[in-house]
Design a binder for this molecule. Structure first.
Ligand code: PMP
Length: 350
């Protein structure tokens, strides 16, 4: 039988194996870092082999693994930059308190930077807010942050939704790293939007340095970040996806920079993340699957060919979701395991 999937079989032709049978290559990384903040950024870009092959994507499908940051997500970058700039501006002083509304990753990034930084914060205190509270309700994460600010002396909200250093962190670091990894040839970039900081920062730099690069934004069904507006008017408001999507347009999201929006669904995104884990060994989170499944469709829609580079941002690791999409029971309870027959259908399409 002709193999339907281009898998690597052990014991076969060694030249087709992903393993390196040669001697160990010397690492270019330095050996000892002064502190963990020096590990933020410079995340690896890796080829997505099996998924590209299975789905018939012709171009180089490349994943930027932001879970290699020391706090486990893309948000370490903005945590570092927002704190450094607030210190430089004299806003943050030793002993002050930082308050932030966050689904988790930004909080971890900020706490990590505080732990190492001169401020020497002793740790983070978590105030939980109901997920279902809309952004303008008094129970929302943002309203709670502002209430706490009035109650806690010398406290500051760095506000990832409005802080210009959120997109600037990506403009200065993430985008430069991608351009360098691709030797200046970036044909498409795909990123999900939560605050929109990643998408905006990347787009601004890429539009300047690689003007032909196609910018793809990923929003989730149930959110209203995508354009045209009709994409959002589908009568769905609930979604399980974390990290992307909102019920308001964040200030740092510049939607005019995005060439094409795609909408992800919980079921396809989470199954795509499971494939990245199972078939590629890329231990990513749920929004990574959202970005990757939309990237596969975008590569086809824009007919990217061999030698073109599509870079997809994978924002965090599966660590945050061990009891969620990684669990068969959790998936089954939501009907998310009933995906279309993969061998006969284009599973990544909504
Ligand atoms: N995915 C995950 C898991 C996240 O935590 C975030 C940040 N909210 C994003 C994607 C989107 O990043 P940004 O806020 O830069 O749009």
């Amino acid at each position: 039988d002709a193999p339907s999937r281009c898998t690597f079989t052990l014991g076969g032709d060694q030249s087709k194996s992903p393993h390196n049978f040669g001697s160990r290559q010397k690492s270019l990384r330095q050996k000892i870092y002064n502190n963990v903040l020096e590990l933020i950024g410079d995340t690896p870009v890796v080829r997505v082999n099996q998924l590209a092959c299975d789905t018939g994507v012709k171009c180089n499908l490349l994943a930027k693994l932001e879970y290699f940051n020391p706090g486990g997500s893309v948000k370490d970058r903005i945590g570092l930059r927002m704190i450094e700039e607030a210190e430089r501006a004299g806003i943050l002083k030793p002993g002050d308190t930082i308050i932030e509304s966050t689904a988790g990753n930004t909080g971890i990034g900020l706490a990590l930077v505080c732990a190492v930084d001169v401020l020497r914060a002793l740790g983070a205190e978590i105030v939980r807010t109901p997920t279902k509270a809309s952004f303008d309700s008094p129970d929302s994460d943002i309203a709670t942050a502002h209430r706490l600010k009035t109650e806690i002396p010398n406290s500051h909200i760095l506000d990832q939704y409005r802080n210009a250093y959120n997109p600037i962190a990506h403009y200065d670091t993430t985008a430069e790293e991608i351009i360098e990894a691709c030797n200046g040839q970036v044909d498409m970039i795909v990123a999900g939007a939560g605050t929109g900081g990643t998408l905006t920062g990347l787009s601004r730099k890429l539009k300047a340095k690689c003007p032909n690069c196609i910018i793809v934004g990923v929003d989730t069904e149930g959110s209203l970040l995508a354009l045209p507006e009709t994409m959002n008017e589908i009568g769905i408001t609930f979604y399980e996806m974390e990290g992307i999507g909102h019920d308001f347009i964040p200030t740092v999201l510049d939607r005019s920079l995005v060439d094409r929006w795609y909408k992800s669904t919980d079921i396809i995104s989470m199954n795509c993340s499971r494939k990245l884990i199972k078939d590629e060994g890329i231990l990513c989170g749920a929004s990574s699957g959202a970005a990757m499944s939309c990237a596969i469709q975008a590569c086809k829609d824009f007919k990217l060919t061999e030698n073109q580079n599509c870079v997809v941002i994978l924002p965090d690791s599966v660590r945050n979701y061990m009891t969620k999409f990684l669990s068969d029971d959790w998936m089954c309870d939501r009907g998310f395991l009933d995906i279309k027959d993969e061998s006969t259908s284009e599973w990544w399409q909504t």
